[in-house]
Write a protein that binds this ligand. Sequence first.
Ligand code: FAD
Ligand code: NAP
Ligand code: SF4
Length: 673
Amino acid sequence: MTTAYPHLLEPLDLGFTTLRNRVVMGSMHTGLEDRAKDFDRLAAYYAERARGGVGLIVTGGFAPSLAGALYPGSSVLVTSRQARRHRVITNAVHREGGRIALQILHAGRYAYHPLAVSASALRSPISPFAPRALSARGIRSTIAAYARCARLAREAGYDGVEIMGSEGYLLNQFLAPRTNHRTDEWGGSPENRRRLAVEVVRAVREAAGPDFVVVYRLSMIDLVPEGQSWDEVVALAHEVETAGATIINTGIGWHEARVPTIVTSVPRGAFTRVTAKLRPEVTVPVITSNRISMPDLAEQVVADGSADLVSMARPFLADPDWVAKAAGDRADEINTCIACNQACLDHTFARRTATCLVNPRAVRETTLVIAPSRRSKHVAVVGAGPAGLASAVALTERGHRVELFEAGDDLGGQFAIAMRIPGKEEFAETIRYFRRRLELGGVKVHLGRRADVEDLTDFDEVVVATGVEPRVPDVPGIDHPKVVTYAAAVRGEAPLGRRVAVMGAGGIGVDVSEYLTHAESPMTVEQWMTEWGVGEPDASRGGLVEASPSPSPREVHLLQRKATPIGRGLGKTTGWVHRAALKAKGVHHHVGVNYERIDDAGLHITHGENRSDPQVLDVDTVVLCTGQESVNTLGPQLAERGVKVHVIGGADVAAELDAKRAVRQATELAARV
Ligand code: FAD
Ligand code: NAP
Ligand code: SF4
């Protein structure tokens, strides 16, 4: 069969085994790794991805010792008894024709517990626990622990292991002068700093035998001060290859780096150039990674020789059938990961089980099942925002006949506003995906049609997903011509002046501030690198250069009534990126304010409970980002007429609404109707 992705889908012969294609599902901690009682669920999750055609799956990290665990009680593989429990996972993947490697991850100073160890006793900026510097004996037993873990992985039926040598974890801590201040044979010179990583690879190879995949995840650009130099990275790659690695995977940036590496505002493929620079230096296959989410780019980077394989992690939460769809020339059916981190990484950091905003079935394969319905019903869905779209496609999948009503002239609801924010262009993919699924499912879509009760009484059931509208607060002068809602501002329906006040600093206020301060959108990889101070890998140690953000075309004031710092409520893994971006653009923050009035002079504010320190912000435009109100007149009206009605998404509850909740609620409802 001819395919649009011949390089990506070509098998890879590793000598002792063959991967069926060049697609690697990168390591992701889901939270199910921590307890053996969750392994059946974990097996179902991996099996679905193997069935979908992934070439090689890499598990979430398992520590080779208790000291290396990420947090108390997190996943370790240290005994044969534990290894036996993994059989359910490896068997499930092998039954689907897949290959799976266990990731060995020693957290080093990123361990969130008092047993943390590292090269030197230097606390990381993102952990409260100061590590103990490993003794020479401790280093030897750590190497032995890696070897034991690899042997146990083999016993458990894994096809290989990935040694986590990047993202600032233990091996990376030994490699970089930033964290390795030792003066013995494990520190000082670059050779000494490399010794632990190389010895670990050698010991793992010896323990696991020659016919076992050993992937080494190598930090190719640390993105921290006093990281490794490019010469050191290349020397490490050579030594790791000689020590027995089968494949080298790309690691980008430490967790403590102040440069974003995977959030949605990082342009697609921003780091493939780093892998491309290393690839000619070694003879083993090299994997590239970071912000590759669709087959066209994945194919391109293999075809142009940047890499031999492509690792994608979150895209397989979003769509287990990614490879099968690419292979079947159905890339337009892929549910694209929008790199929001909201249901995956943000959950992991909050110690919640990971899932996916665009695919709430991820990691819930056994509990959220979209099975065919016994009776096909005629269902109306009102509103084509994320909630309405998700319910319409899931209802169709179950065999119901669905009609979708949307008042606007296109699909997407608030998400169609979100995708206009610089750095959130990826959100358009979700609307593209749903549009295609509606077509395939034969959903009758009525665009430009504001449904009323009369339109809806003949359906078996009605789903009201009419969403939210911007809240207009009660402030004197709120009807002044200089006041606009976020929706009108971002849709380009209202002129925006050069000096702007943004009232409300939640997720939308921050996004609108990004919109107002960016002249270029979307950014090219080069522009983005300049903006964040990322150089070529050989530019400096760690690949950092001075950031040079482009100036904002507007003066922006961002305000909230709360006295807390702005951006507190944003996602753990994305909030800091927004805060740094707004700072770089010179956005003025005002917290603890009272909105007194708006007039020709501007926005009048005071501060605190005693309304002190009056101030006039001399602005041309005031954008309202002051939350939202539910739109739900239909629900009660339909119920009164005896229609079976379900209210979901923003129409149900506007407070603390996000698309994650909207899509999840919609899918759970559809599974029951
Ligand atoms: P909506 O998206 O409001 O959709 C409701 C739809 O119903 C609308 O299209 C409306 O026209 C239609 N409708 C209303 N009445 C009728 C009727 N009578 N007949 C027919 N159609 C009707 N969320 C996140 O999770 N992450 C983010 O990063 C994020 N960023 C955002 C950035 C911006 C700038 C904005 C504006 C929102 C963002 N959101 C984000 C919020 C997210 O978009 C909303 O939570 C989500 O869209 C709510 O989905 P919904 O389907 O319930 O409602
Ligand atoms: P929000 O986060 O609830 O923020 C609303 C803002 O308006 C707050 O700053 C609030 O702060 C202010 N406000 C509320 N009522 C007000 C009133 N009567 N008068 C004046 N100010 C008022 O909601 P949002 O920004 O509208 O976002 C909506 C949803 O979209 C959120 O749930 C959010 O999670 C989601 N979203 C997420 C992202 C993301 O990156 N993950 C981005 C955008 C949106 P004060 O009360 O302190 O003034
Ligand atoms: Fe991707 Fe967001 Fe889903 Fe995570 S939650 S996998 S970032 S779409």
